[in-house]
Each structure stands twice: as C-alpha cells, then as structure tokens.
Design a protein around this ligand. Structure first.
Ligand SMILES: *Cc1c(COP(=O)(O)O)cnc(C)c1O
Length: 379
C-alpha cells in the first residue's frame, strides 16, 4: 500500500499559512497530517500570517485570479503554485425574487453549490483543498468517511489528480449517490452502520495505512475549503457581507468556516465589518445541534440519524459546539424540519427558482419557510 514518503514542512514564499493551532488551548504544530491536539485533544485549525495577506492581497488581485476557489489561494493552506483546479467554486449567487416573494422575505439570495464542479455539491470545495494539501504532504492514496457527497467528490478529484482513492460509506446510501462514486473507480468500502460508525472505523484505520483521510487526518486543511463559500458570497455581493446567512448543518464545519471566512475578510480589509446573523438548518431525524440550541445547552448529545437527508445526517457533529456558539453570539437561530417538510422545500425551490437540489438544500429552504410562517422573523 502507499505511504506518505516525504513530509514537506518548508514552504514556498507564496504560502501564507504558518502551521496548525489548537482551537481550545492554542498549542501550535507544524502543518502535517494531524488533526487532534496532543495536549488537550482539541481540534487543530490552520493559522495564517494575516499581516502578510493584508500587504499582498487586494480585491483586484483576487479578481485577477482564476475563476475558481483558487482565486482565494492566499487564504488556503497550500504551498503549491499549481493546486488541483477542476473549476471548483465561483458558483452562482442568484437573487431569488420569486422564492422571496413566496416567503415574504425582502431580499434573498441562493448560493447554488448544486452546480459546483466536478460533482455538483459543496464538498468539491473541501476536497479540492484537501487533495492539494495531501499531494504536498506526499500522500499517494486518499480516503474519506462519507455520507455520499464527500465520496463522490473525493473519488472524482482523486481521479483527476491521479491519486489512488479508497472511500468508506454506510451500506444503505441512496443508489444514485453510490453510482456517483463508483463511476470514478475508487475502492469502495460499504460498511454496515451509520455515518458516525463509519467515521469511527476510519479514525482507527487512518493511521495504519499512511493514507490521507480528507475528513480525518487532513481535516484541518479540508475544512478550510469551506471558507471559500463565504468569500464568494462577500465578493458576489459587491465586497460586502450579508445581513443573515442560513446554511445546512451536518458536522457544523461549513457553518463555522463561513463565519471564519467573513472575519478574515474584515481582518485584512477586503470588506467592512458588519454584524451578520448565522442561522442553521437540520433535519429533525438528525438534529443534535438544533436540539442543543433549543434547550439552551452548550454541549451536544449525539443521536442516531433517521432521516431522508442523508448528506447532512451526522449524529455526532465534530464542530457542533462551535456552530452553537456562533449562532448564539450572532443572534441567529438553529432549527430542524421533518422529512415531509424537506421534500416540500426541495419542490418549492425547484418551482420558484428552477433549482433542483438534493435534501440538504430542501432542508435549508424548509427552515426558511417555517420562519416565514412565523411572521418572517427568526425569533
Ligand atoms: C457536507 C454537506 C454540508 C455541510 O456539512 P458540514 O459537515 O456541516 O460542513 C451541507 N450540504 C451538503 C449538500 C453537504 O454535502
């Protein structure tokens, strides 16, 4: 099997990231394939030299970059002058007037990652970054634990980059999602169990084969890819932040990274500071973060998922407590909707805007709809 043979720790002068830092205790580490703090078991996050970014990055320099997430390369944890660019990102931000009217919302935009490249989901962002970093770290086999979309994306982008790929999925995934992975000919391990069990298995396997698991030992790099959705929203709104973000929550990573992305843009002077409310959507059959929010708890009680929204069915969300904190301190809200409402959400978005998403999109629209029923205002 393949092994990570070399570990680059020296960086090109273009690199702006300085290493990894524990989100809990602040311990610092080299930018290797590690994700847990040795001192306190907290999650590791990528740290940057923002003074350098502030000196070198402007709106114009970003706009002169590629029409993909790599226009934000200075904010991403890669050394390479030639990242894996399969056209990921810069998806449309559509003003959704017909849907807004139906919901009684004044101005509403849809960030349509259902047309992301190459596998039509948000996951292409995180995987493009994770595999670029995996290649830099010397991995020749990449892997993941997935609820479907991540497996599709990892298999596709690994194929493009010529990396070997082995994905682990729950054996009861939708056939369409499984086909969307198999077509790229990775090794697929279908595990009897739910995503959380698959993930636990992978955590044990991760350090035995010398593979790069995008959402385990490469998780600090992987999750940074989510920031690009936030950067794009700010750029597409004409370099300003929105009033309110509503996003689907699985592990809570996307949600927390949009927040981090906005803060970074403010910090380096690309946008003006402004309070942004952060609200989240979950499926009732897997809503540990929404439940903790509702009950005023600051810890997450893991659940066994039972919902059609499989792409966001994570019962033990790694970034759940951070998502809770952000929703609370920005005066946002986190709510759940049932499977019937999710189906209606998918239909409503399709009928009003011509956008046909999978269940995560339906969940988000259904939560918006339930708020609009309560006088257009989340509490
Ligand atoms: C993975 C995923 C999300 C968000 O997942 P997080 O783990 O919270 O980052 C949202 N929507 C879709 C379609 C996804 O596949």
């Amino acid at each position: 099997m393949t092994q990570a043979t070399e570990t680059h720790t020296s960086r090109s002068t273009a690199a702006t990231f300085t290493g990894l830092k524990c989100k809990e205790c602040g311990s610092e580490y080299e930018a290797k394939a590690i994700h847990v703090c040795e001192n306190c078991f907290g999650p590791l996050e990528v740290a940057y030299d923002y003074a350098q970014i502030r000196r070198t990055v402007t709106r114009e320099s970003i706009q002169a970059g590629p029409n993909s997430i790599w226009r934000y390369r200075s904010f991403l944890p890669v050394d390479s002058e030639s990242p894996i660019d399969v056209g990921t990102g810069m998806t449309p931000l559509l003003q959704a007037n017909r849907l807004a009217r139906r919901l009684g919302i004044k101005r509403l935009f849809i960030k349509n990652d259902a047309v992301n490249m190459p596998t039509l989901s948000f996951k292409d962002r995180v995987v493009s970054v994770a595999l670029t970093r995996a290649r830099e770290l010397g991995f020749s086999t990449v892997s993941c634990a997935s609820t479907g979309n991540l497996a599709n994306s990892t298999a596709a982008i690994a194929a493009h980059a010529g990396l070997d790929c082995c994905v682990f999925i729950p054996s009861d995934l939708e056939a369409g999602k499984v086909l969307g992975t198999l077509i790229y000919s990775p090794t697929v391990m279908a595990v009897h169990g739910n995503y959380d069990q698959v993930n636990r298995l992978c955590s044990e396997v991760a350090n035995t084969h010398g593979w790069g698991f995008v959402n385990i030992n490469l998780r600090p790099y992987y999750s940074e890819g989510s920031k690009t959705l936030g950067y794009e929203v700010a750029e597409q709104l004409g370099w300003q932040l929105p009033d309110h973000i509503v996003a689907p929550l699985a592990s809570g990573s996307l949600f927390t990274k949009i927040y981090k992305g906005f803060q970074e843009f403010v910090k380096v002077g690309l946008v003006d500071e402004k309070p942004v409310r952060f609200s989240g959507a979950q499926a009732e059959g897997c809503s540990p973060i929404a439940k903790a929010f509702e009950e005023g708890r600051d810890f997450i009680q893991p659940v066994k998922p039972n919902t059609i929204a499989k792409s966001i069915a994570i019962g033990n969300p790694a970034d759940g407590v951070y998502a809770l904190d952000i929703a609370r301190k920005t005066n946002g809200n986190i709510e759940s909707v049932n499977d019937q409402e999710i189906i209606e959400g998918i239909k409503l978005l399709a009928e009003t805007e011509g956008i046909f998403t999978e269940t995560a999109g339906g969940t988000t629209i259904a939560v918006l709809k339930s708020w609009s029923k309560r006088a257009n205002q989340p509490r």
